[in-house]
Design a protein around this ligand. Structure first.
Ligand code: SAJ
Length: 446
């Protein structure tokens, strides 16, 4: 990449560029969550001196002791970086001035009206702007709508009186961290990079190409922002497609899982997705909202994206209706007899509850006066409608007493054969019991 860099960039920014290329640049990572902390550790492992900045004093204190709260970074690895002073953490924004590169990895949720909430980005940008100095490179990694870097961050940073592309530099490179994915960790994933100017992009590229396997340069920060949204909206709409198919198959009495498995034998031109009880997490249900919200500014209505969101939002209601039908058909709809819900996190093998469809599903069960309890090895307790609910102990007795065992999240550490054996009725929304050979008569699937 460097060789492609314009000679102008090499001459004009040789100071910052050479600091980056020789790993003498001090890296500041703003936001030490599932994106920021692994990125901070990676940059430190690659030889950079890294400062983590977070507003959460308790989190900073834990990190400073080498205690990792992130599944993808072991405390041993973190402790080694802290002891070697390669990595440190602070809540003191004034230390941002000593960083040559500042990378924002802060949350971009949606608010109660399901609109983008850029408060964390705005707050961090304001703190940086008041301390901005010459030869600093600012990069946003948070997933957001196209235009955030250019239209929101740039004016705030230029309030410092410094000029982008000359005094300071501004780029966008979307985070692609998939928490819990052991095959693709942050160091294995290519980075898309856009800059406010070519020089800004080249400087950001000079940094990333030292820590990830490959980089993909695009012509603007908007293109980089939109590429990330496309990645996740692609998932969202394809999940909605199979969810819609699942509801049709239910009416046609066709096994949707068999249909998808058969289609997946096509060696090209098909990518399988699984229907489920809903789409949760901090990315997939949220990212489409960011684009459809921004598109309206251009009098453009993203009907296709909005329909996918409607289908996915409907899944918890569909699952409850099908459960009610099963309880009635199997004569298990006794008042007070509890449904046992297995797994309530938004996807398997992690403890993340953000936007989990289980929360909506349990709320609807409450409204429908369906008695339930839940078990989730990753979630000892939840609050629902102001009530505290604890995960029950998973025993043969609790299984056999349940009116129905409903599989919401298919954690790998469940013993499905044992669960089916001791249940009277199983409603499997994840095809988790596909390998179970006995008790098939009591298993119903989405
Ligand atoms: N889901 C389905 N059917 C599917 C796949 C997922 O119902 O076929 C549901 C899951 O149960 C969950 C939700 O969708 O409720 C989101 O699942 P996800 O597998 O997409 O997991 P996320 O939210 O962790 O998505 C992340 C994203 N990573 C980033 O944004 C950097 C996404 O881009 C990744 O593609 C995804 O992980 C992944 O591949 O695991």
């Amino acid at each position: 990449m460097i060789k492609q860099m314009t000679q102008r960039t090499k001459n004009k920014y040789s100071g910052l560029l050479s600091k980056i290329q020789t790993a003498h640049a001090k890296i500041g990572i703003v936001g030490l969550g599932y994106v920021g902390l692994p990125l901070a550790a990676l940059a430190a492992k690659k030889g950079f001196s890294v400062l983590g900045i977070d507003i959460d004093g308790a989190k900073v204190a834990k990190i400073s002791k080498g205690d990792s709260h992130i599944q993808d970074l072991s405390s041993d690895d973190l402790k080694a970086l802290i002891v070697s002073k390669r990595l440190s953490a602070t809540t003191n924004w004034d230390m941002a001035r000593e960083c040559d590169i500042l990378i924002l990895c802060v949350p971009t949720p949606f608010n109660r009206n399901r609109e983008p909430d850029l408060t964390p980005v705005i707050t961090a940008t304001r703190e940086i702007s008041s301390r901005l100095r010459k030869d600093q490179l600012i990069i946003l990694e948070s997933t957001t709508y196209p235009g955030t870097t250019q239209e929101l961050m740039l004016p705030m940073l230029e309030e410092s009186g410094l000029t982008v592309g000359r005094d300071f530099f501004l780029g966008y490179s979307p985070e692609r961290v998939d928490p819990g994915n052991t095959n693709f960790k942050v160091q294995d994933i290519p980075k898309v990079i856009g800059g406010t100017t070519l020089g800004c992009r080249d400087l950001a590229a000079a940094f990333y190409q030292q820590i990830v396997p490959s980089i993909a340069l695009v012509s603007s920060t908007q293109a980089a922002e939109l590429s990330k949204l496309l990645e996740n909206i692609f998932r969202n709409v394809n999940i909605a497609l199979v969810n819609e198919l699942a509801m049709l198959c239910d009416r046609m009495k066709v096994n949707v899982w068999e249909v998808i498995e058969a289609a997946a034998t096509k060696p090209f031109g098909f990518m399988s997705f699984s229907p489920g009880p809903g789409v949760g997490g901090h990315c997939i249900p949220v990212d489409p909202v960011y684009l459809s919200w921004k598109a309206k500014e251009y009098d453009f209505y993203t009907n296709f994206i909005d329909l996918a969101a409607e289908v996915n939002s409907n899944m918890p209601y569909f699952v409850v209706r099908k459960l009610q039908r099963l309880l009635y058909q199997r004569r298990q709809n006794f008042p007070g007899k509890k449904v046992l819900v297995l797994g309530i996190t938004f996807k398997k093998n992690i403890d993340d509850m953000r936007n989990s469809s289980a929360l909506k599903f349990l709320e609807i069960m409450n409204d429908e006066a369906i008695a339930f309890n839940y078990h989730d090895p990753f979630v000892p307790e939840i609050r629902l409608n102001g009530q505290r609910l604890k995960s029950v102990e998973l025993t043969e007795k609790i299984l056999s007493r349940a009116a129905c065992v409903l599989i919401h999240t298919d954690h790998d550490n469940y013993d499905w054969k044992w669960i089916v054996k001791h249940s009277r009725l199983v409603f499997d929304t994840r095809n988790a019991t596909k390998k179970v050979k006995n008790g098939l008569g009591k298993i119903y699937r989405l």
